[in-house]
Structures are given as C-alpha cells and as structure tokens.
Design a protein around this ligand. Sequence first.
Ligand code: ADP
Ligand code: MG
Length: 320
Amino acid sequence: MDEFDFINSIKQKSYMQSSLIKGIGDDAAVFRQTSEEVVVAVDTFVEDIHFSLETMNPSHIGHRVLAANISDIAAMGARPAFYLVSITLPKSLPSTDRADIFEGMRSLASRYRMDLIGGDTVSGQQLSISVTVIGYVPQKKARYRSDAREGDIVFVTGTLGNSQAGFHILNGTDTYQDESYYIQKHRSPIPQIEFAQQIQEIDRVALNDISDGVGSEAIEIAEASQVTLHITETALPVSESFSQFPSDLQKKWKLFGGEDFELVGTVSKQNWQSVQQAANRIGVTVTEIGYVSEYNNHYAYLHENNSRVPLKKDGYNHLK
Ligand code: ADP
Ligand code: MG
C-alpha cells in the first residue's frame, strides 16, 4: 500500500461536523466558525517513551493518543470537533497495525462526532504520533487554570491512580482483583468531555486535566491563579479494590500517577452543589479533595494526619 492508498484508507466517507467545508484531500482543510471560540491543542507520543507495543496493541495506542488530546479540550470546557494526525511510520510496522491505530482513534472520535480532517504521513525509525484536536466553546465559556480563588473548594472527577495500577498489572506477574478494569483504564481512558459541558452554566470554574498526576495539575492551577491549593490525602478518591496494592504505590499512583485523564478543578463553595448535581445527571462522581487559600509559601500542600508537606511537580519528597 503506498502513501496515497493509505490516506485513502483512513479518509472518512462522510463527515459529521456541519462547520466543515473541506476535509482530507486538498492542501489543507477548511472549516467555518462564526459564533463560537475555537480551541486547539496538540500532543506528540513516541514509541517506548509514551507507550509500548508490548503492553498496548495498536488500536489502544490510537485510542490513547486521541484521548489525551480530547482531555485537554475537556479541561478547556470545550467540545471536540476535528482532529489531524501527523504520523511517523517505521517500515517494519505491519500495515494492519497502522490501520488499527487509526481505527482506535476513529472509534473514540465517533463518540464525539469528531472528524479526521487532515494530517501528514512520513516514514522513519520509530513510531511517533502527533495529534492536533480542534474544538469549540461558546464565547467567554472557556475554562482557565487562572480562575481559582481563595475560599474555593478543590474537586476531582472519577477515581485516581487506575491507569498506573493497570500499567503495573501489565508489567508484572502478580495477579490482582479487577485486573481487566484497571487495564482498561490504562489502555482506553475516556476523557471527561460531558462533565465539562454539564457545568458550563456555572460562571467561574478553574479546570485542568490530570495527565501528570493530581499533584502537579494542582500546582499548575495554583501558579496560574497565584493562590495555594490544599489537598487532603485521605480525601483522594480511589477505586473500590485499590487498597489491594502496596500502600506506597497507592499513594504514588493516586498523587503522581497521571494519565487518568480525569479533571481537577476549583469552584466557589456556593457553586459546589451545582457541580455535584451536574455530575450526578451524567453518572460521573465528583469528590471534594481540598480548598484554596491565598498564596502561602508554596503552590500546593498535601495534608496528612496533622501535618502538611509542600507538593512538588515531580512528586513529593516522601516518595523519593
Ligand atoms: P501535501 O503534500 O499537500 O501536504 P499530503 O500528501 O501530505 O499533501 O496529504 C494529502 C491529504 O491527506 C491532505 O488532506 C492531508 O491532510 C491528508 N493526510 C495525510 N496524511 C494524513 C494522516 N496521517 N492523517 C490524516 N490525514 C492525512
Ligand atoms: Mg503533507
């Protein structure tokens, strides 16, 4: 299959987004947008750095790289509409594998009626996939990290540490309860687009998605807002059977594991109930995990027992 046939094979037969004017097949794609704001993000994934063909099959890889991008769009409060894929393909990669990578992306994209509208295909030593996602958000409704205020509560969606637990299971020989649940969370995470849409009517919410771990995402919100986020260790939500893992790993995974693609945010106390109701409507759990104070020497603290330790972006010192 040459490059031309390959592009033809990944080209959609029809498009779902009404704002699209020209998709794949010309020098560039064209879409129209008059009323909403346009949100764009890109992420690159390189074999053996961001994923391994040993623990994931090609369709998981496709799913995951697109999920990571869609999660950034969720954290902006936007809805995803289009994606573009720049891919470096090693000659040794079977053509069924590259088809599966695109199939993994396509099946996740179809959940959101997203269209693949372009990209670039080159060959090289190592599999590398760079995905650009374009989304829309109503005017002035984008969610920024800089919107946290003193007195806010800090919340997260879902449960934390599942992706790392899945990765641990895949790389070891021990057997665990709910293995397929954790493995699924690692290979095929579902970003929180619907949740971010449900809370659109609340005037101020700071949001960030958890790609590196709730610890570092909290710091990013605090830095952007010039406040301090306080997180209570025992409040961090985990899955029911999470306690089966060694306790040092539990702590490391839920705080710094990342790649759960949940959302962490802050909202005023008055609006916390609306956030909970919104989450309830779509069957998503939200948990209060702490509060925001004025800036106090560090951007984030982890409160455990009766003491607190400053959180650092690259993990926190007890774990090193
Ligand atoms: P050009 O030489 O004009 O850049 P290409 O041959 O690279 O054109 O691409 C032809 C068409 O196929 C363009 O619409 C481009 O966006 C699309 N395309 C190429 N590679 C990919 C890919 N990996 N994913 C999606 N679309 C692609
Ligand atoms: Mg090109």
